[in-house]
Design a protein around this ligand. Structure first.
Ligand SMILES: Nc1ncnc2c1ncn2[C@@H]1O[C@H](COP(=O)(O)OP(=O)(O)OP(=O)(O)O)[C@@H](O)[C@H]1O
Ligand SMILES: [Mg+2]
Length: 443
């Protein structure tokens, strides 16, 4: 649907009884509705003008299965619907606030989230262009394979960005990709987007969004595991449509066929579109595998499969990385070897120093022993000499005493007492007293 041309031709807009009428003001006149665009499961889409007279797109939270409009206000259809309706409005506002933090060239910009008429709204950038569905259905439009590949790669960049921010789009299809005036794809309609944590919400599962042909089989099962490969299945289906002119067979029909041992009704694009590279076609078939583990697992993986240039530079970057790693490893090995050599050398030096020190100590001990022995020998020699001298002195004294005694006897003078003493003290006792270190005071 070309929202821009609808703006010029208000008469063609599909009317919807509960839609806000042109001229309705929102947020105290900050926005003025120009035209109703569409009604989906979660809400209604309008073209509007903001206070600066710029065209914006307004999405109104209006889950028609559980609410209706009364005097402009949005109310739950019945008391039983109240809790569900409140939960959806709360989720819509929270989701819009979270999405407003996502900023990417290929994702529609949200510039305001607000509440009015007892429901929630978001104001989005108006993308001047037409959606991909219109583009491929227009017989006057032919997309060159180069353009198709360019659009796919930019969509993959956007999908990679939302997935790395923990958001699944859950409603990727040709009518939710707008192509702006410069041929850039812009992903819209995050109404069904869910953060992992909110998947279990019962109120939201009541609004379970499925689009036959584009939704993988897990989207049909409440509470099933949904991951990046689920969005990539939808993107594969979108580009299958771009190539073949129609959506692939409904995933539930495919599962039933496989379960009943019948052939998968899916007809691969590989080998059927020679104007496209094999890698490009093969990636679409892989993304559209029925069972999640067989699919492409991430947008990044798909980009590398398809983008020859990027694949080449990724391979070069990897080779360079490998080379750097190899260089680092060989440098590390060299440094380790050097360190080991240095350690061995240091150990050898230490051992040699220790050996020399031991030898020095050994020599010192030997020298000390030699010195001690020499000293003892000298002392012994000295002792012998002293003994000899003492003996000589004692003999001399004895001779003198004998001579004196003889003299005294001859002259008849005293000294008897002394003479007796010299006879009583044996000579050997005098010598022993000296040798045992005692004093020879007996004399
Ligand atoms: N930001 C936008 N700029 C221009 N046109 C837009 C923009 N957003 C939506 N539209 C137009 O409005 C149409 C409907 O909008 P959208 O896809 O957001 O809602 P939906 O599919 O009707 O609802 P739901 O959210 O329930 O799936 C689109 O097909 C597109 O033509
Ligand atoms: Mg839509």
């Amino acid at each position: 649907m070309d929202a821009g041309s609808q703006q010029a031709d208000t008469g063609t807009a599909e009317s919807f009884a509960d839609a806000l009428k042109p001229g309705t003001e929102l947020l105290h006149g900050q926005f003025r509705i120009e035209k109703f665009l569409n009604a989906g499961g979660f809400g209604m889409t309008y073209l509007a003008r903001d206070s600066l007279d710029r065209i914006v797109v307004i999405k109104e939270c209006f889950p028609s299965s559980m609410c209706c409009r009364n005097n402009g206000k949005v109310m739950a259809r019945s008391r039983q619907h109240q809790a569900e309706f409140d939960a959806v409005v709360k989720h819509f506002g929270a989701e819009a606030r979270r999405l407003s933090k996502l900023q990417h060239n290929n994702i529609v910009g949200i510039h305001q989230v607000f509440e009015d008429n007892l429901t929630a709204y978001m104001a989005l950038d108006f993308v001047r262009g037409r959606d991909l569905l219109d583009t491929i259905e227009d017989p006057k439009m032919t997309l060159h394979p180069r353009d198709v590949k360019g659009i796919l790669l930019r969509c993959l960049e956007a999908v990679h960005y939302i997935h790395t921010n923990d958001v699944l789009h859950r409603d990727i299809s040709p009518d939710n990709i707008l192509i702006d005036g410069k041929g850039n794809p812009v992903l819209i309609d995050f109404g069904a987007a869910k953060e992992e944590a909110t998947r279990a919400s019962r109120a939201l599962s009541a609004l379970h969004v499925v689009k036959d042909g584009y939704s993988p089989h897990e989207f049909y099962i409440a509470g099933s595991t949904q991951d990046a490969s689920s969005d990539l299945y939808s993107l594969g289906a979108t580009f299958y449509h771009v190539l073949t002119g129609e959506a692939p067979p409904d995933s539930q029909a495919r599962v039933s066929a496989i379960a009943a041992d019948r052939p998968d009704p899916y007809r691969p694009v590989s080998g059927n579109f020679p104007q496209f590279e094999d890698a490009f076609l093969h990636a679409i078939d892989k993304a559209l595998s029925v069972f999640p583990p067989d699919r492409i697992q991430s947008a990044r993986e798909w980009i590398e499969l398809v983008d020859t240039e990027r694949r080449r530079s990724a391979a070069l970057a990897q080779a360079e990385l490998d080379r750097q790693i190899e260089l680092s490893i060989s440098k590390l090995v060299q440094e380790t070897n050097k360190q080991v050599e240095a350690d061995i050398k240091a150990q050898e030096v230490k051992q040699s120093v220790e050996r020399k020190e031991a030898q020095r100590l050994q020599k010192l001990a030997e020298e000390q022993a030699r010195q001690r022995k020499k000293t003892l020998d000298e002392l012994a020699m000295l002792d012998d000499q002293t003994f000899m001298q003492e003996q000589a002195r004692a003999s001399q004294m004895s001779a003198e005493r004998t001579a004196k005694q003889a003299h005294d006897e001859l002259t008849g003078t005293g000294g008897k007492k002394r003479s007796i003493l010299s006879r009583v003290l044996p000579f050997g006792l005098l010598r022993g007293t000296f040798r045992s270190g005692g004093r020879s005071d007996y004399l």
